[in-house]
Design a protein around this ligand. Structure first.
Ligand code: RB5
Length: 150
């Protein structure tokens, strides 16, 4: 699986650790993130880049990280076809895939510890979309996108 990872200056440390962690698990990790913790990056740039890589078929899943995980997820979710959820626990990481068919997960370096972040990624990547009634609901999210992207 090809995983795109993106982060701003607030999450360079986390990105380096989680990138190595995912690579150790056999994922091909493509790094779209900032490398300079002293930079004053704008998190929307990285959310957009990873989201567009996913919808272009260059990656299969995405991992975004900023200070809280929120700003970068908001940007990613503006790209049609992206379903990105911020996660600070493993149950949410599993459920955003099982119920919401999330294709990107977002984390906050200033919010969760690194060992928990690894467990959160394990939950996200091992979960599968359940379909059924959840597909109907996800389809309704897509319909909202289509309404505003005509
Ligand atoms: C950067 O200082 C910070 O605002 C950003 O990483 C993120 O937390 C925004 O949502």
């Amino acid at each position: 699986m090809r995983v795109g990872i993106g982060n701003d200056h607030a999450a360079v440390n986390f990105k380096n650790i989680l990138k190595e962690y995912l690579e150790g698990k056999g994922y091909e990790v493509i790094d779209y993130g900032s490398t300079d913790p002293q930079a004053k990056d704008d998190y929307p740039d990285f959310g957009q880049t990873v989201a567009e890589a996913l919808t272009a078929g260059k990656i299969d899943k995405g991992v975004l990280i900023c200070g809280t995980g929120v700003g970068i997820s908001l940007a990613a979710n503006k790209v049609p076809g992206i379903r990105c959820g911020v996660c600070s626990d493993t149950a949410t990481a599993r459920l955003i895939v099982q119920h919401n068919n999330a294709n990107i997960i977002s984390l906050g370096e200033r919010i969760v510890g690194v060992e928990l972040a690894k467990d959160i990624l394990d939950s996200f990547f091992s979960a599968e979309f359940e379909g059924g009634r959840h597909a109907r609901r996800v389809d309704k999210i897509t319909a909202i996108e289509e309404k505003y992207n005509k």
